[in-house]
Ligand binder design. Structure first.
Ligand code: FA5
Length: 349
């Protein structure tokens, strides 16, 4: 029976081949030659299939035994070469891969510092939902449907705006949290007849053309105080204290100029500028940092707060822009980009 001899020969050659293989690649070459889909064993199995039945009775067990022996030789060879690889000499002088400690994002560092400044002035730190109702984001802030001020904050809608005050959207500013707090205060869900001070640090979203100072997702810091006889002097004092603590440089100029926001009266913008004449660096010219003003009486009234008894101030600041001028970052996209090489330069804590 020629097949019996061929099986013996294949087994002997395979065992010799595996025994001689010096590394994993050589073992693999022998495996493919004998056990692969087009290998020697496959060809012998095909021959077996066409053998007469009386031969098959003898050849069957021989075929199985040969296959088992070749597989055992493969296994032994694999174990041997992997042990060789582990036994390879260890270079004790090779430097260890460097471990980098994690660090806080520059925006988180700033946010924590600003929260601490406001806590020290008696503010509570809160946030509200990112998915907001039109009512809180616009209508209660004196921005009714079809008001042109809506155009200044292009919005990601989750419902069609035709649902009116109940349409859901991604909040365009943290002023939506003002609406919610005034409603809670006006409906007696906050301590009655008490002044309050809140600061919000949170993400906001706008359908925005992106450039060096505009992103579609950014962070606002909103501060608001409701008390008796609040004036612009209180507002300016709070902003001065915040910027004094957060800017960490004393060459930044700050200016207040009149501006229109439907939910404050009077309203202002605060601009900042740092020395330098590089036209690609936006804050070498005046750059808007925040809007602010005295809370419009209609906004307090919309929440059920009596504007003849209570007054307040509010501001909303772009945290990325503050980080830009603090750290000297020319482009806002660095902040929400994932390039760790940039972010590590400003890491702290
Ligand atoms: C507002 O969002 C008002 N809610 C601010 C406010 C609050 C006014 C309370 C009065 C009282 P404005 O759209 O200007 O206003 O945005 C405020 C700040 O957010 C800007 O000064 C700027 O620093 C930042 N900002 C606005 N749009 C972007 C943007 N696309 N990318 C990055 N920062 C932005």
């Amino acid at each position: 029976m020629a097949l019996a001899d061929d099986l013996d020969l294949a087994r002997a050659e395979a065992e010799a081949g595996f025994a001689a293989a010096a590394d994993a690649a050589a073992v693999e070459t022998v495996r493919i030659a004998f056990l692969g889909r087009q290998g020697r064993l496959k060809a012998l199995q095909d021959t077996f299939r066409s053998a007469p039945p009386e031969d098959k009775r003898v050849l069957g067990p021989k075929l199985n035994a040969s296959k088992a022996a070749i597989e055992a030789a493969l296994q032994a060879a694999q174990t041997r070469v992997s042990a060789v690889e582990i036994d390879a000499p260890i270079d004790l002088t090779e430097p260890k891969p460097r471990q980098r400690p994690g660090s806080l994002h520059p925006l988180s560092v700033l946010a924590h510092e600003i929260e601490d400044v406001f806590r020290s002035m008696g503010f509570a730190v809160i946030d509200g939902p990112h998915i907001e109702l039109d009512d809180y984001n616009f209508t209660r802030l004196n921005i009714p449907e079809n008001h042109p001020a809506r155009d200044a904050q292009d919005t990601f809608w989750l419902d069609h705006p035709q649902h009116g005050a109940n349409s859901r959207l991604l909040r365009t500013h943290t002023s939506s949290v003002q609406s919610r707090i005034y409603q809670l205060a006006g409906s007696g869900q906050l301590p009655k007849d008490q002044p309050f001070r809140y600061v919000v640090v949170g993400k906001v979203f706008r359908y925005e053309a992106i450039d060096a100072t505009h992103d579609n997702t950014f962070t606002q810091v909103e501060g608001f105080v409701v008390d008796r006889e609040i004036t612009v002097a209180h507002l300016v004092g709070a902003i001065r204290t915040m910027l004094g603590a957060a800017l960490k440089r004393d060459d930044v100029e700050v200016r207040l100029r009149p501006a229109f926001y439907p939910f404050v009266e009077p309203g202002f913008d605060v601009d900042v500028r740092a020395p330098g004449a590089d036209p690609s660096v936006r804050y070498h010219r005046w750059m808007e940092l925040m809007g602010c003003g005295l809370i419009h009486p209609d906004v307090l009234a919309a929440g059920g707060i009596d504007p003849t008894q209570w007054s307040g101030f509010a501001f909303g600041m772009g945290l990325e822009r503050l980080a830009m001028i603090r750290h000297g970052i020319a482009d806002i996209r660095v902040m929400n980009g994932a390039d760790l090489r940039s972010l590590r330069q400003f890491a702290a804590g």
